[in-house]
Design a binder for this molecule. Structure first.
Ligand SMILES: [Zn+2]
Length: 373
């Protein structure tokens, strides 16, 4: 019989609330279970390398979040990035001799082993990070795309808990995606599946971001980056008075400001978010029709806009997806907050080290699993 690990997770902290080096605070409520085959339990360390920061967690022998570290990137040379990832890992290990380490990277990560062929925010292209980290840390290392890790976390403990078929979209500067099919992460022939930000939206011709040669990609019209651009244009052309006024005072105008003003009730900013939400909805139609998920989880900074963004997206999804899919697929905000990637990376490390399958994790984390999550 496989061992059953009970996972406890403190209430996810809001962005930037926990200072670097702080331990995870709050009540340690049990929210799920992870089943593994190994005799030894944790600790395991999970590290999420984001575009602006590194967030790492150590799950202890009972798989509670024992410690958490948040570090900002100071320098972005390849050497500095790798050094910080390894330093954070060692700090979190802190003499506990972890079972394994897991890393979520904003990159296309090969399915098995080998060098990273494409990295969006960090200079990790050409780096065989798994081999490098295993040599440096002396323990088994799991490496996956950061959004795959976030979906693994949400599927085990969060908004997609218990779902065997789920899709995650993270709305940040770009749009990341991950797909869970019949309990398994879908990685594709090369390990690159789930690039849902590059779904073309009908009628749109905006050039995509980064190295994507596409036009009218979802990422170009419904990401945080797209909202930043729309905000600056609205300020420049004076089409949104509140943004134009801020710009005249020399304040930075970006998507975060739009969201803040919209949440405070500004009708123009709400309309801008609604337009973006409708574009997002067009992407959700494609996702729902292609994968027939039980739930689509929306994470990333732009998800803070909540229903101001998601209600228009859901309306388009209901109207345009195929009958039987559009009216039943759920759209939920991510529940683990910014910890999803780090927790998911730690769970992947545990799965790899103990030989537990992804399927068993999802099954054992189902709502009937006896926790109060
Ligand atoms: Zn694209």
């Amino acid at each position: 019989m496989p061992a059953v690990y009970r996972v406890r997770l403190a209430e996810p902290a809001r962005d930037n609330e926990h200072p670097a080096g702080s331990a995870a605070g709050g009540s340690q409520r049990p929210v799920g279970e992870v089943r593994g085959c190994g005799a030894r339990r944790g600790p395991v360390v999970g590290v999420d390398a984001g575009g602006t920061k590194v967030l790492a967690v150590r799950l202890g022998p009972d798989l509670a979040v024992e410690r958490e570290l948040l570090r900002q990137w100071q320098e972005r040379s390849r050497e500095a990035v790798i050094d910080l990832l390894l330093t954070v890992s060692r700090e979190l290990a802190d003499g506990e001799d972890p079972l394994a380490f897991g890393f979520g990277l904003p990159a296309l990560v090969p399915k098995e082993r080998g060098a990273i062929p494409y990295s969006t925010h960090l200079p990790l292209e050409g780096v065989d990070f798994r081999a490098l980290a295993e040599a440096a840390l002396g323990r088994p290392v799991a490496v996956d795309n950061d959004v795959n890790c976030a979906l693994r976390g949400e599927a085990a403990l969060g908004a997609a808990r218990g779902a065997r078929d789920a899709v995650m979209l993270t709305l940040g500067t770009g749009i990341g995606g991950a797909i869970l099919c019949d309990g398994q992460l879908c990685r594709g022939a090369r390990g690159f599946a789930g690039e849902l930000g590059h779904i073309p939206v009908a009628g749109r011709t905006e050039r995509c971001q980064g190295k994507c040669p596409g036009e009218g990609c979802l990422e170009a019209v419904a990401s945080g980056g797209a909202l930043d651009r729309a905000a600056r244009e609205a300020a420049e052309h004076g089409t949104i008075a509140a943004l134009a006024a801020r710009a005249r005072r020399g304040e930075a105008v970006d998507g975060a400001l739009v969201t803040a003003l919209a949440l405070a009730g500004d009708a123009d900013c709400r309309a801008l978010l609604a337009t973006l939400g409708e574009q997002l909805g067009a992407g959700l139609v494609a996702v729902a029709n292609a994968f027939d998920p039980e739930v689509i989880v929306i994470g990333g900074g732009l998800a803070r806009a909540g229903e101001l963004l998601l209600a228009p997206a859901k309306r388009v999804l209901r109207q345009r997806a195929l009958p039987g899919i559009g009216d039943s697929v759920r759209v939920e905000r991510a529940q683990l907050g910014e910890r999803a990637g780090a927790v998911g990376a730690a769970i992947m490390a545990l799965e790899m080290a103990t030989g537990a399958s992804e399927r068993s994790v999802t099954e054992s984390a189902a709502p009937s699993g006896g926790s109060d999550g």
